[in-house]
Design a protein around this ligand. Structure first.
Ligand SMILES: [Zn+2]
Ligand SMILES: [Zn+2]
Length: 373
């Protein structure tokens, strides 16, 4: 059997090639991909921003059906029994289980020194088909996959990975600094989200699902602000209506908790100026979660006094542990009637049209372009 797969031969050069599908080992699972999202990270990689072992089959946000599985495979990560034909999604990151970080900090698998991530591995290493923009993906023995709950359309499976990023980000504000009400994040509280792209919208969805009292969306594109409201934003701040950083910060502060500022701000823009503004948005003693700067977008100019005088906690959110996929699936299953998740997929392409999907995603014209192999 052969797999048609999208290959990034080097940054900026995408072709469709065929690969042999290897025999499925006793602990392995072969997935026939239904769809795969084009992430900002994929765009970054295509622009030459990542030193990888090219050529690479991109794609780390995918779902599909089990085409074949080894004799020893009985269940998914959560212990759900699986069978051929089941709809699944795959946690792309794999920790080695053997380095200092895996031994000492198993709760942070992203710190693994030998971590590999599907969608970012070279095709020169077997098995070659380890990226989601491909007819088939071979899931190795130690990789985590998740069966989609019955009745959840397979397309939701491609949102599980970005939703894990976003829900994990808001979770960074959960642990209370002091065991009193209004420390950290909790039900009824005020959350501002900078940037209504896919991660920002899914952070808004997380705030909606976890019972935030107010959700303030900050963006500068009409369509995105409207989408933010459909995802549960109770208030929007249109950056274009406020001239200069101070005015934007003031508008968000005015909207949060009756004028003292939101309890939590999630920075999901990924531009250094957004971090500079975000640091000044939370109320006294509030929290800023930084998730937008996965890629290097340059340095921010900050006045450390703002951190001290406003007693702001700054939390980082780097990817997620595999169990966050289960959280994503639960949120998707229970809130899909209320939040129009699948409207994020607003540009669909097959493998031969992948280049246009990358361009659309790079231009910000789609929330999540998807490739349908
Ligand atoms: Zn991604
Ligand atoms: Zn490790």
């Amino acid at each position: 059997m052969r797999s048609r797969s999208l290959v990034m031969e080097r940054p900026g050069t995408l072709t469709v090639q065929e690969f042999d599908v290897p025999d499925v080992g006793p602990n392995e699972v072969l997935i026939e991909v239904e769809l795969c999202g084009v992430c900002g990270t994929d765009v970054h990689m295509n622009k030459g921003g990542m030193p990888l072992d090219f050529p690479v089959i991109p794609g780390h946000e995918f779902s599909g059906r089990i085409a074949a599985m080894g004799d020893a495979v009985e269940s998914d990560f959560a212990g759900n029994p699986v069978a051929e034909g089941d709809a699944v999604t795959v946690c792309p990151g794999r920790a080695c289980g053997d380095c200092w970080f895996c031994d000492n900090l198993p709760q942070r698998p992203t710190a693994c020194q030998n971590r590999t991530v599907y969608g970012f591995v070279g095709t020169s290493q077997e098995p070659a088909i380890r990226g989601g923009m491909s007819e088939y993906v071979l899931v190795e023995a130690d990789a985590d996959f998740f069966r989609l709950p019955d009745g959840l359309d397979i397309e939701y499976g491609a949102l599980v990975e970005p939703f894990a990023v976003a829900s994990y980000a808001l979770s960074q504000a959960f642990p209370p600094g002091l065991p009193f009400a209004r420390e950290g994040y909790g039900p009824g509280q005020s959350v501002a989200v900078q940037g209504a792209g896919p991660i920002g919208l899914l952070a808004i969805a997380t705030a909606t699902a976890t019972g935030a009292g107010e959700i303030i969306a900050v963006d500068m594109i009409d369509e995105r602000l409207e989408m933010a409201e459909r995802f549960g934003a109770t208030d929007v701040v249109d950056v274009r209506e406020h001239e200069g950083d101070d005015a934007v910060v003031e508008a968000v502060t005015a909207a949060g908790n009756g004028g003292v500022g939101p309890d939590v701000v999630v920075e999901a823009v990924g531009h250094p100026s957004a971090f500079e503004q975000g640091l000044r948005m939370p109320r006294q003693g509030g929290t800023l979660v930084e998730v937008g700067h996965f890629a290097d977008a340059g340095t921010a100019e900050i006045n450390p006094m703002h951190i001290v005088q406003n007693d702001v906690s700054v939390a980082s959110s780097y990817v997620y542990p595999p169990s966050q996929f289960q959280t994503s699936l639960t949120l998707l299953q229970h809130h899909r009637d209320r939040i129009p998740f699948l409207d994020l997929f607003n540009y669909r392409a097959d493998l031969s049209e992948a280049e246009s999907a990358f361009e659309t995603q790079a231009a910000g014209d789609s929330y999540r372009a998807t490739i349908h192999p």
